[in-house]
Design a protein around this ligand. Structure first.
Ligand code: MN
Length: 198
């Protein structure tokens, strides 16, 4: 069974002014769409057609570069769209906030660490907030890798992710990646992040 491009649950302009509509449309239709169709090409007529994306990623070192790059791209963008909202921003609450305070010292300390990690990822990749059996850590991955992959340096379940490929911000922010990273905090949907943390 082929993978389908997941629905985007808001309009292309929903995250304005932080993420512009043109970037969203190209990013979703061309980039996420491209990873989805290339993933399907890469698994065609193999046993992987019957696996979930999570099952594929956890053993990804066994498969082709096409499966690694496009399987990661397929998964990562779905997570990215889902943890953002036009009514996002603010701070998390409840268990998630308590765990952030415990593992980072404060929400602001988490923000600082995440921003530095995202800004210093050389070239293309992602910054993540990762759940390791109840402990939260921040890490980044190159290209379309992610913490579910057996090849990841830091493993766990990603609950928040930021795409720092230039295609995610260049139209609006050009080379100013740190401004895009700062803007991201205004569109994070903490209810969605908390659901992934449970
Ligand atoms: Mn992307």
């Amino acid at each position: 069974m082929a993978f389908q491009l997941p629905d985007l649950n808001y309009d292309y302009n929903a995250l304005e002014p932080y993420i512009d509509a043109q970037t969203m449309e190209i990013h979703y239709t061309k980039h996420h769409g491209g990873y989805t169709s290339k993933l399907n090409d890469a698994i065609k007529d193999s046993e992987l057609e019957n696996k979930t994306i999570e099952d594929i990623l956890k053993d990804v070192s066994k498969y082709s570069a096409g499966v690694r790059n496009n399987g990661g791209g397929f998964y990562n963008h779905k997570l990215f769209w889902d943890i953002m909202s036009g009514s996002g921003g603010g701070q998390p609450s409840g268990d998630l906030l308590e765990t952030i305070n415990k593992d980072f010292g404060s929400f602001d300390k988490l923000k600082e660490k995440f921003n530095t990690t995202a800004a210093t990822r050389f070239g293309s990749g992602w910054a993540w907030l990762i759940n390791q059996n109840g402990k939260l850590v921040v890490a980044s991955t190159p290209n379309q890798d992610n913490p579910l992959m057996d090849v990841a340096e830091v493993k766990g379940t990603p609950i928040l992710g930021l795409d720092v490929w230039e295609h995610a911000y260049y139209l609006k922010y050009q080379n100013r990646r740190p401004e895009y990273i700062d803007a991201f905090w205004n569109v994070i949907d903490w209810d969605q992040v908390a659901k992934r943390f449970v």
